[in-house]
Design a protein around this ligand. Structure first.
Ligand SMILES: NC(=O)c1ccc[n+]([C@@H]2O[C@H](COP(=O)([O-])OP(=O)(O)OC[C@H]3O[C@@H](n4cnc5c(N)ncnc54)[C@H](OP(=O)(O)O)[C@@H]3O)[C@@H](O)[C@H]2O)c1
Length: 259
């Protein structure tokens, strides 16, 4: 399918690895010019080289912390009026909620809620004027199925979801859409890090822990980031203008509700 977005400009936050990178790659393959981002400049450069080689489009790496005002400024300087914005950021580490300090709570809310809102504030009006805008937020299946220990992540992302549910309805008539994609377990560095920690705690091998986790997923496997990227690119496509304010759960069937 031709996604109808060749030549569009996209900012994909936190995209040197994992799900963000897969989104950037799918958009680049659809012909978009992409700004990619991460804090580690070396990894970012190698991701930029990879995207350029597979898609042959303009790829602009911006090494910056997306959670800071300077980082956001640098992203917008590289692409002042994006047609597409994919919001993403690292998630907080697993922690007993009793241990969270006020500072850590505020940082979690900033990282997984405020940053996305701030970027949307800065890009949405030009999108409305152009009568084209696609905003996708990478949240988590924990918005629907909160997990003890990742409470800050679940809470901040649920807050973002509710916040944007109202906003999405105010711009739908301008062909500007805002949707969220909720990943379950995807095979990325983050998931591998969690599996390694669990293996240490349980005294098991990483492959045993991975097998245990896969057994809880109806699809009996982890998601491939490319599957995630393809869904993101579709939501950013010319064909998705009537899809807005939605939460697309991609979790191999783990959430077992009918709705
Ligand atoms: N993978 C899963 O199964 C899963 C499930 C549910 C939710 N999620 C959520 O989805 C998001 C992406 O996860 P992932 O698995 O793709 O993670 P990942 O493999 O760890 O990749 C994270 C990416 O974000 C960048 N990044 C992190 N913090 C950043 C910051 N402050 N500023 C700019 N870039 C930053 C990293 O680059 P640098 O480190 O170089 O900055 C890297 O490119 C996370 O919020 C995660 O919690 C993932």
């Amino acid at each position: 399918m031709n996604l109808g977005i060749a030549g569009r400009k996209a900012i994909v936050c936190a995209s040197s690895r994992g799900l963000g990178k897969a989104c950037a790659r799918a958009l680049a393959e659809a012909g978009c010019e992409v700004v990619i981002n991460g804090r580690d400049a070396k990894k970012l450069e190698s991701a930029a080289a990879e995207l350029l080689s597979v898609a042959g489009v303009k790829v602009i790496p911006v090494a910056a912390d997306v959670a800071t005002p300077e980082g956001q400024k640098a992203l917008l300087a590289a692409c002042p009026q994006p047609d597409i914005l994919v919001n993403n950021n690292g998630g907080p580490p697993m922690r007993d909620f009793r241990e969270l300090t006020r500072q850590q709570i505020m940082e979690g809310v900033i990282a997984n809620m405020a940053v996305a809102i701030e970027l949307i504030q800065k890009v949405i009006d030009p999108m409305c004027e152009k009568k084209f805008g696609r905003i996708v937020n990478i949240t988590s299946s924990s918005v629907k199925m909160p997990l003890a220990g990742l409470d800050l992540s679940s809470g901040a992302r649920a807050g973002l979801t509710a916040f944007l549910a109202g906003v999405a309805r105010t711009v739908a008539d301008k062909n500007v859409t805002i949707n969220n994609i909720l990943p379950g377990a995807f095979d990325t560095d983050r998931l591998r890090g969690t599996l390694t920690k669990t293996a240490e705690v349980k005294g098991k091998s990483v492959s045993e822990v991975a097998a245990d986790r896969m057994a809880t997923i109806p699809a009996r496997r982890f998601g491939n980031p490319d599957e995630f990227g393809a869904a993101c690119a579709f939501l950013c496509s010319a064909h998705a203008g009537y899809i807005t304010g939605q939460n697309l759960l991609i979790d191999g069937g783990t959430f077992s509700g009918a709705f």
